[in-house]
Design a protein around this ligand. Sequence first.
Ligand code: NAD
Length: 499
Amino acid sequence: MTPSRPAFAPAEPYRMRIGEAWREARATFAAVDPSTGETWARIPQGTAADVDDAVAAARAAFPAWRRTTPATRQELLWRIADRVEADPDRWARLLATENGRPIREAHVADVPTCAGIFRFFSGVVRDLRGDQIPVEAPERLVYTTREPLGVIAALIPWNSPIITLANKLAPALAAGNTVVVKPSELASASVLEFARLVEDLLPPGVLNVVTGGGPEAGAALVAHPDVAKISFTGGPETARRIMAAAGTVLTPSIMELGGKGAMIVCADADVPRAVSDALTGIYLANGEACIAASRLLVHDAVHDEFLAEFERRARTIVVGDALDPRSQFGPMVSRGQRDRVEACVAAAIAEGATLRVGGTRPALGAPFDDGFFLEPTLLEEPAGTTSASRSEIFGPVTVLERVGDDEEAIARANGTPYGLAAGVWTTDLARAHRIAQRLDVGVAWVNTWFDLPIGAPMGGVKESGFGRETCAETLLEYSAPRVVNIDLGPTRPHLWGDA
Ligand code: NAD
């Protein structure tokens, strides 16, 4: 470990959380600091047997947890938020060390958002209620209750791990379910730290964490017959594998998948403001975000002005150690991810795109020579026909395209398999509504990007997935109606045999 850096150091070796036990694994794998390439912790390599035990623990905890009162669940979720907020510096150092999230972002984004999601679901616990159903028969009482489902399998990615964890855990617990989490191999420590933080708040077995490989621990979890629902955030290819496995045991799922966010800049847009939003849209979280603004569809009339301003500002972005508060941009999460993003840039250039900004590894000097850095990158390809305009790169690469009118912009924005987020920049109110209404996405922004208020549904259409998180209706994803049908009549007609 480089001594001068305030890198996060675990207080004790990481172990998995299964029921009331903290369990070691026979094998471990390395957690690597992306700024330096150094191993900073070891993560347990969970097995199918660990998954079995975790599901059994969650199943055993379910009957008592589902009977807790709304007030109990409200209070516990609120207290979890208090704990998360109690030491933001610690989380910020952990996330920067773990996945390279610039420390200044962890302070303003990850910690408050994670806590805010727990507070939101604490607030809506009492909104989960059934209906009284109007029926024709006068002496019938028919009503529904919302029942929790059972054991939820939560599989989360490495970007923003405590936010994606909160997105699943808070509503699942609020609705009365118990949970087994399988974190990403690249961001397991933050989930284990979270489980440690709330250990004394939640009864044993209500939250279990099995770390390990996706194809091993993850695959065992999603194929487990005692899992009631799968809640997955990650890539579409993994989603296909999971749904195939879940199909064998008929387990339903929520899928929050990738995106190819298109930002439409109209001829009447406030260009400097649109450039600011584009820079945030693509370079926040090092570009490793499902809602990244990875396509910039800019009207002919303002294209050159937009390009000049974007280039000027992108070249001044401070790239450096994720732990340094002066860094505006950190490393990619892993060597593999950096190599993959570089290959996407090379492929786009070979297909005809022009490299305008970045695309190379910055020379930061020791101890960052083995870090997984790549400069913020802008490609230009007016027609938007290269792979970089169609496929999710999941890195700091955006493509500037040139559009002639609104119709062309809308058609291009909708012309990918994804449908997560898109946005339009204009000073014309009617045009803003017209375009927003025709974007084939779950989230459409007007003159802003990356703003996801807690309470507003988050999720996609097409290959960006299904199900909605961070909103009151998410509770419906984690519960099912039970109909109670009561005959209040004093007599009954005799239809069979002698009266
Ligand atoms: P990934 O699909 O590689 O992995 C996600 C999780 O699935 C990890 O925990 C992994 O271990 C597990 N997994 C892998 N193979 C598995 C298998 N066969 N069975 C069960 N589990 C398995 O995704 P990633 O690289 O960690 O994250 C990046 C992706 O996540 C991007 O596509 C991004 O757009 C998406 N994402 C979406 C949202 C959203 O809300 N829509 C948010 C964040 C990230």
